[in-house]
Design a protein around this ligand. Structure first.
Ligand code: GDP
Length: 195
C-alpha cells in the first residue's frame, strides 16, 4: 500500500502523546545506528528530517502514515537514540522519564523495531533493552542496519553473532543505502495487529 507521511507532534510528556487510535510502531536504537536513514527509507525524508532536528532528538516524534483517502493507518513513534553514555543499571537512566512508561503502557503499541548495527558486535546496552522489552511483554523485531558495508561472509558471521549475543532467533538485515530488506520490514509492520 502507498502511504503519505504526516508529522503529528514531538512529545516530551505523556499528556502530549497523540490519542491512541491505529497500530503504533516504535523505533529504537543507539545513536548513529542508522535510525534516521531507515525512517527515511520507510517513511520519506520528512520523518528523518524532523527526527534529527535538535530539540526533537530527546522527544518521541510521532508520524501518521495515511492511505490514499487520508485515513490514518499506522503511527510511527521515533524514540530518542541511546547508548553514548556508559552502561547504566536502569534502562532509562539516560532517557527522559516518559520513555519507559510509553514502552510499557502504550495500549496501541504493536511492535518495537529495535535497530542494531550489523558492523558492530552485540552490545550489552541493546541486550538489556531487549530483556526489558521481554519483561514487559512487548513484541519486537531486531533489524541489523548498514548491511551494504559487509561482504557475504562477514554478513553471515556478524548476523549469527548478533543473534547469539542478543538471544534472538531472527534478525532482519536492512540497508537504507541499497533498500535491501526494506520490503521485508514493511511486511512485518503491515502485519501488526493491536488487540
Ligand atoms: P541515527 O543517529 O541513528 O539517526 O543514524 P543516521 O541515520 O544519522 O546514520 C548514521 C550514519 O550511518 C550516517 O553517516 C549515515 O550515512 C550512515 N548510514 C545510515 N544507514 C546506512 C546504510 O544503510 N548504509 C551505510 N553504508 N551507511 C548508513
Amino acid at each position: 500500500m502507498k502511504y503519505t507521511t504526516q508529522f503529528l507532534l514531538s512529545a516530551m510528556a505523556p499528556e502530549q502523546f497523540p490519542s491512541p487510535s491505529v497500530p503504533e510502531i516504535a523505533f529504537l536504537g543507539r545513536s548513529n545506528v542508522g535510525k534516521s536513514s531507515l525512517l527515511n527509507a520507510l517513511a520519506g525524508e520528512k520523518a528523518a528530517k524532523v527526527s534529527s532536528t535538535p530539540g526533537r532528538t530527546r522527544a518521541i516524534n510521532f508520524f501518521a502514515l495515511n492511505d490514499e483517502s487520508q485515513r490514518r493507518k499506522i503511527v510511527f513513534a521515533d524514540l530518542p537514540g541511546y547508548g553514548y553514555a556508559k552502561i547504566s543499571k536502569s534502562i532509562s537512566a539516560e532517557w527522559p522519564k516518559f520513555i519507559e512508561p510509553y514502552l510499557a503502557e502504550r495500549e496501541t503499541l504493536g511492535l518495537c523495531v529495535c535497530l542494531v548495527d550489523s558492523n558492530v558486535p552485540p552490545q550489552k546496552r541493546d541486550a538489556q533493552l531487549l530483556d526489558w522489552l521481554r519483561s514487559v511483554d512487548r513484541y519486537f523485531v531486531v533489524v541489523a542496519t548498514k548491511v551494504d558495508r559487509l561482504s557475504g561472509n562477514e554478513r553471515t558471521r556478524n548476523l549469527a553473532a548478533l543473534r547469539k549475543g542478543l538471544g534472538i532467533d531472527e534478525i532482519v538485515p536492512v540497508s537504507a543505502k541499497t533498500s535491501a530488506g526494506i520490503k521485508e520490514l514493511w511486511a512485518r509492520i503491515e502485519g501488526v495487529e493491536v488487540e
